[in-house]
Design a protein around this ligand. Structure first.
Ligand SMILES: Nc1ncnc2c1ncn2[C@@H]1O[C@H](COP(=O)(O)OP(=O)(O)OP(=O)(O)O)[C@@H](O)[C@H]1O
Length: 240
């Protein structure tokens, strides 16, 4: 097994001086490479706060977060920017594509920041757009794409730097059933065929149904952590 995320005792307290809100309260989280895991829980339970800390977008008030063995809580702001760029892919609820760039440019600019050479960029872009099924939309601006297509481009952008894992915060919340199902098919395929690790924060039953592990947060604490028996396994068990 290969540990990708190892978070120890992490906490985040908002308003510590006035009325403290323990958004994340002493959480331990361990993820292995190749997981397809959903983080669920009621609104305000701390999912986004936890995801943001694991992704290095927000600093915990206590605890340590090891990503591939590196403690990101010890990095300076500049080191963290560099670390995020190379190691973590993000997919957000609202897609967050840059409107003035084409689909291709939205994906390519991450690789330019990493100083990846043109021939390698071209090859990777070709492969990524094939994987998301949008080879014919390379030169379209986000406004010309449907929500589902924009989110698929966001997945390609998240994967551009070949990250250690992808954090997806409510990735299907703004998508209709068909687009959500299509997006989930693409992510599940990337997970299965390329062993890409996904951690989702979600309320969406369509995502939860596809996850192989479901972690439930309530009031900033993990109250349940369940490995899901796959449909194939369930069927095999029934036949026996
Ligand atoms: N910047 C902030 N300042 C103060 N409190 C905050 C801040 N961000 C989040 N909180 C509080 O922290 C708690 C956890 O919020 P968080 O957004 O992480 O929950 P969530 O599970 O992602 O919710 P949702 O499902 O609605 O997105 C909530 O009580 C929230 O009000």
């Amino acid at each position: 097994m290969n540990t990708v995320i190892d978070a120890h005792n992490i906490s985040k307290v908002y308003n510590p001086e006035t009325i403290p809100v323990y958004a994340v309260n002493n959480v331990h989280l361990h993820l292995e490479r190749g997981e397809f895991t959903a983080l669920v829980g009621p609104s305000g339970s701390g999912k986004t706060t936890l995801l943001n800390m694991i992704g290095g977008l927000d600093k915990p008030d206590g605890g340590n977060i090891f990503i591939n063995g590196n403690d990101i809580t010890k990095l300076s702001a500049n080191e963290l920017i560099d670390f995020r760029l190379k190691n973590i892919g993000f997919v957000f609820q609202s897609f967050n594509l840059i409107p003035v760039l084409t689909a291709k440019e939205n994906v390519e600019f991450i690789m330019q920041l990493q100083k990846i050479k043109q021939s390698e960029r071209d090859e990777r872009i070709k492969q990524l757009f094939q994987q998301i099924g949008l080879e014919d939309k390379l030169n379209e601006r986000p406004s010309k794409l449907s929500g589902g297509q924009q989110q698929r481009v966001a997945v390609a952008r998240a994967l551009a730097s070949k990250p250690q894992f992808v954090l997806a915060d409510e990735p299907t919340a703004n998508l209709d059933t068909k687009s959500a199902s299509n997006l989930l098919d693409i992510m599940a395929k990337l997970n299965k065929e390329e062993n890409i690790t996904f951690l989702f924060s979600t309320h969406d039953q369509r995502v939860i149904d596809r996850a192989r592990r479901v972690i439930t947060l309530v009031d900033g604490r993990i109250v349940k952590d369940t490995a899901v028996v796959s449909t194939e396994h369930k069927e095999a068990a029934t036949i026996r």
